[in-house]
Structures are given as structure tokens and as C-alpha cells.
Design a protein around this ligand. Structure first.
Ligand code: BYC
Ligand code: FE
Ligand code: FE
Length: 470
């Protein structure tokens, strides 16, 4: 089904036939645009070579062309679905999915949608100033592509709040524009979204590790018995793939350049030669991975159990799981700390659903490490990058009360503090990375700390003028 672009708000939900919803969204739109102008990308542009969704069907949903960013067609797009979808899990398994919000789940559903919605504009705020130091026009374009799509993800959640949660939903939609990343008085809801993304290494790490949490959370909401939420998230997931591509290939290119510089200067200490040393890359992995693990909530969670039992939030690829999809009889092994030792414990599988999802995420994260180590190997280095232990540097869950090293040893606070600068980006590391961040806006040119991409966007060459600056 194609998207109606004749409308002020492009959509495939027949907005024209729903005056009340149309009024709500039309009165929110100017506030969104004013938020975009003050909190969105800081570098002024004439136009950017962007991908715009034009169709929600399997083919041809994306169209490429230069557009002025403020005229980007944000809108409301839901994936198409058959009529007979059934609830796949929980105590109402087998019953038809819901087209309206059941009264008893209203508060929980609204909360999940608000948390999801809050992350989208938060990331745009975090990335606001990155355009000032882009390593190439190609990268600048990718940043803006990610930004406009996160803006659209905000629209997706606001649509649900407006269409299904009445006055309360409209108030929450306003509040999504009023909280701001890192704001002391009204911060974003989840920890990772109040961290800074001050440089491009952080940006690639964020799109690799934090957008990947988005992939997994959206995957569970796609299973929801609340069908409009499910269809909305399914469509968002298509856009998410590119965000993670930016992260994966961004780190590929940093590692590649690091190898080249190490070879050229015959030293691991490539900072004086304008490169990013391997141990600094490892520290950035340690930071972004651990902060993203916090986004899964506690390993043991009654919230997660309740969401699952009620049918609000499923598991990753729920339908492919070979069990009864109610989990009332099942057990799950979780890590725990007893008498100063790391050990394991058995809990009801329902209580361990955040951990179940986190385990899927960790497996997926490993694929990047394999890639980057392959690049090192190809250049003749046997050093390897790795994911730190899941207990390292945690603020949420059972490890938040303990100090765990990246290699997984439990240590005392002072021992941890003494080593912290070797594990997480130190002030000196951050200063060095910041010193490398100089914009390169000439088509076909690239900054010295990163390799160029192997391909351009949509078949265009790397030298293409992806962005016309104002
Ligand atoms: N920070 O039972 P617990 C994305 C709270 S990223 C602060 O352990 P639960 C994107 C929790 O709310 C995907 N607070 O956790 C990426 C609860 O509070 P109450 C975002 C936290 O509820 C890049 C208490 O602690 N989407 O899309 O099972 C760019 C105990 O909670 C945190 C979602 O997250 C934290 N990290 O799970 C752009 C999906 N963790 O109830 C976009 C929606 C927990 O005691 N959210 N708390 O007041 C959820 O499904 C769940 O709320 C969570 C937490 C997975 C976040
Ligand atoms: Fe998103
Ligand atoms: Fe994303």
C-alpha cells in the first residue's frame, strides 16, 4: 500500500477520514518542527541525498533524492498485515489480536510506547552537533539519514498516543518534545540517552550498540497483541537496519585505518600520527556496550513477566521459539553474585525475559567483533577486540551493586577505580579523539583517522555530492 503524499502529514492510515486524529497530529506538527529546528541537526544545509519511505509494501518503499531536511516527509506508516493475526504468547495466546487498547492494559501499553518514543528524539539531540565535524560528506549524509528516521520514529509513537490514548496520550506526546537529552531538570527516561555523543567514534559505537537495542526492543513490540503497535514497529525495523549498517561499517573503517597507520609507522601508538589506537577503540566498545546492556532492564523483572503474560511484549522471534509460549512451567539460568563470587541461579523463565532478550542481543553484538578482528587479521595483526563481561560498568540490574572487570573478575571498588582509565575512555583519550574531529566537506575527501567506505549510497560513488551545505 502506498503512502498518501497529498496530505499535510503523509500516511497510510487514512488520516483524512479521521478528523479528530488529524486535528491532534496537525496541532503537534508545528511543535515537532520547532523542536527539530532548535534540537535537530546544527549544521545548516541546502539539501541532502535522503531516502524517503513512499510505500510500505515489500518492494519499492524507499525513494532517494536531494531534499531540504526541513521538508522531509515525516509521517505515519504502518506495515501491512493480514486480517487474522492471533496473539502468539501469554495467557491469551490464540485469541485475535487487539485493534483497540484493552482498559486493563492501558497504563502499561502507554508506558512502553512513551519509553520507546522518548529514545527517538533523544538520539537526535545527542547527535545534534556531529555534523560540524563530519569526516566526509558521505558520513554527513548518513548522520542526517539516521536523524530524519529517528524523527519519524517519534512520529510513529506519537501517532499511537494520539490515536489510542486520548487526552492523556496527547499530553505524553507533548512531553516527548519537552524532555531533553542530558537536561538536569527533565532528562530523557533511559540512561544511555542522556550520555553525550560528542565525536564520530561515539556515533559509530552508538549506532552499532544502542540502535541495536532498538532493533531488539522493537522486535519484541512487533510481537505485541496490540496490533497497531505491532505494525508500527515492524515498519520501524526496516529503517533500523541502515542505522546499524552505519555503525558496523563505521567501526570497520576506523579499524581499517588504525591497521594502516600501525603498519605505516610500525607502532601501536598511532595517536601522534592522527589515528585512533586500538586500545582506545576497545575502551569505546566497553563503554557503549555496557551502557546499552543497561537498556534491557533488570535480569529479573516482574514488569517483563507481566508484559509477556498479558501479551503486550513478546520475545525476540516469538513464533520461532519451540516451547508453549506461556512459560509458566519453565526455568531460566541467570548470573548472580553470592558470597563475593560470580555464580548462577535458576529463576522462573517469565522473570528472566529481559535477560532472554539481552542474550539474543549479545549474540548479535559478537558478529561485529568477529568482523573487526577479521580486519585486524587481514592486516597481519593477531590482537583482538572483544566484548567485555556483561557485569562490567553496569548501572542497572544485579551487577550494578558490584564491580566487575572487562574480563569478568569481581573486584573491590578501589581496585576498580585504580584501573578505570584503562577500561573506559579516559579524559586523555577523549581529548585525543576530539582533536581528530575536523570537518571534511569536500566531495571525495576523507579525514585521516578513518578509511573511506567501500561503496557509496544507492549505487552512487563515494565522491558524490551527498550534501549541499548552506
Ligand atoms: N534507565 O523490571 P525492570 C531505541 C526502570 S532503543 C532508567 O528492570 P523493565 C533507539 C524501569 O522502567 C529501545 N530506568 O525493567 C536506539 C522500572 O521502573 P518502574 C527503546 C530503567 O521495566 C537508538 C524499573 O527500572 N525501547 O529504540 O522490564 C536510537 C525496574 O525495571 C532502566 C524500549 O526500551 C534504564 N536503563 O524494562 C534511537 C522498549 N531500565 O516500573 C532509538 C520499551 C529499567 O519501577 N521499554 N528502568 O518505575 C521497555 O520495554 C522497558 O521499559 C525496559 C525496562 C526494557 C526499558
Ligand atoms: Fe529509532
Ligand atoms: Fe535507530
Amino acid at each position: 500500500m502506498s503512502i498518501d503524499y497529498s496530505e499535510k502529514i503523509p500516511n497510510n492510515v487514512d488520516l483524512a477520514g479521521d478528523r479528530k486524529l488529524q486535528r491532534a497530529l496537525e496541532s503537534w506538527q508545528p511543535n515537532f518542527l520547532s523542536w527539530w529546528r532548535t534540537m535537530g541537526p546544527a549544521v545548516p544545509t541546502q539539501d541532502v541525498y535522503l531516502r524517503t519511505a513512499v510505500d510500505v509494501g515489500k518492494e519499492g518503499w524507499a525513494q532517494f533524492g536531494h531534499v531540504a531536511m526541513e521538508e522531509y516527509r515525516w509521517g505515519v506508516f504502518l506495515a501491512e498485515r493480514g486480517d487474522d493475526r492471533r496473539i502468539a504468547f501469554g495467557e491469551q495466546k490464540g485469541q485475535p489480536v487487539w485493534q483497540q487498547v484493552p482498559g486493563e492494559y492501558r497504563a502499561d501499553l502507554q508506558r512502553l510506547i512513551v519509553i520507546q518514543g522518548d529514545t527517538e528524539p533523544a538520539s537526535v539531540e545527542q547527535q545534534r552537533r556531529l555534523g560540524e565535524t563530519a569526516p566526509s560528506l558521505y558520513d554527513l549524509r548518513n548522520l542526517f539519514q539516521v536523524n530524519v528516521e529517528e524523527g519519524r520514529h517519534l512520529w510513529a509513537m506519537v501517532y499511537l498516543l494520539h490515536a489510542y490514548f486520548g487526552r492523556n496520550g496527547r499530553e505524553e506526546a507533548e512531553a516527548l518534545l519537552q524532555r531533553n537529552s542530558g537536561d538536569l531538570d527533565s532528562p530523557r527516561i533511559l540512561g544511555a540517552f542522556n550520555e553525550e555523543t560528542p565525536d564520530w567514534l561515539s556515533f559509530y559505537m552508538f549506532t552499532y550498540f544502542t540502535d541495536r537495542d532498538g532493533k531488539y526492543q522493537l522486535g519484541t513490540l512487533k510481537e505485541s497483541a496490540f496490533d497497531p503497535l505491532s505494525r508500527t514497529c515492524e515498519f520501524m525495523l526496516k529503517e533500523e537496519a541502515h542505522h546499524m549498517f552505519v555503525g558496523t561499517t563505521g567501526i570497520d573503517r576506523v579499524v581499517t585505518r588504525t591497521c594502516e597507520l600501525m603498519r605505516e609507522h610500525d607502532t601501536a601508538d598511532i595517536a601522534p600520527h592522527g589515528g585512533i589506537p586500538l586500545d582506545v577503540i576497545q575502551k569505546y566498545i566497553n563503554f557503549h556496550y555496557s551502557v546499552s546492556l543497561d537498556l534491557f532492564g533488570s535480569e529479573r523483572s516482574t514488569n517483563a513477566a507481566n508484559y509477556f503474560t498479558a501479551g503486550l511484549k513478546g520475545r525476540w522471534q516469538e513464533e520461532r521459539r519451540k516451547d508453549d509460549h506461556t512459560l509458566t512451567e519453565d526455568a531460566f539460568t541467570i548470573d548472580t553474585v553470592k558470597d563475593g563470587q560470580l555464580t548462577t541461579d535458576e529463576v522462573s523463565a517469565l522473570l528472566a525475559l529481559n535477560l532472554d532478550l539481552r542474550n539474543e542481543y549479545v549474540k548479535d553484538c559478537q558478529s561485529g567483533l568477529k568482523r573487526w578482528n577479521r580486519i585486524l587479521g587481514k592486516h597481519g595483526y593477531d590482537e583482538s577486540l572483544y566484548l567485555p563481561h556483561v557485569g562490567f560498568n553496569r548501572q542497572v540490574g544485579l551487577f550494578s551493586e558490584h564491580r566487575v572487570t572487562p574480563r569478568g573478575e569481581l573486584v573491590a571498588e578501589d581496585a576498580w577505580k585504580a584501573k578505570e582509565d584503562g577500561w573506559l575512555p579516559s579524559e586523555a583519550d577523549k581529548t585525543h579523539i576530539r582533536s581528530l574531529m575536523r570537518p571534511v566537506y569536500e566531495p571525495g575527501k576523507i579525514a585521516g583517522w578513518i578509511a573511506p567506505p567501500t561503496n557509496g549510497i544507492n549505487g552512487k560513488p563515494f565522491e558524490y555530492e551527498y550534501v549541499h551545505l548552506a
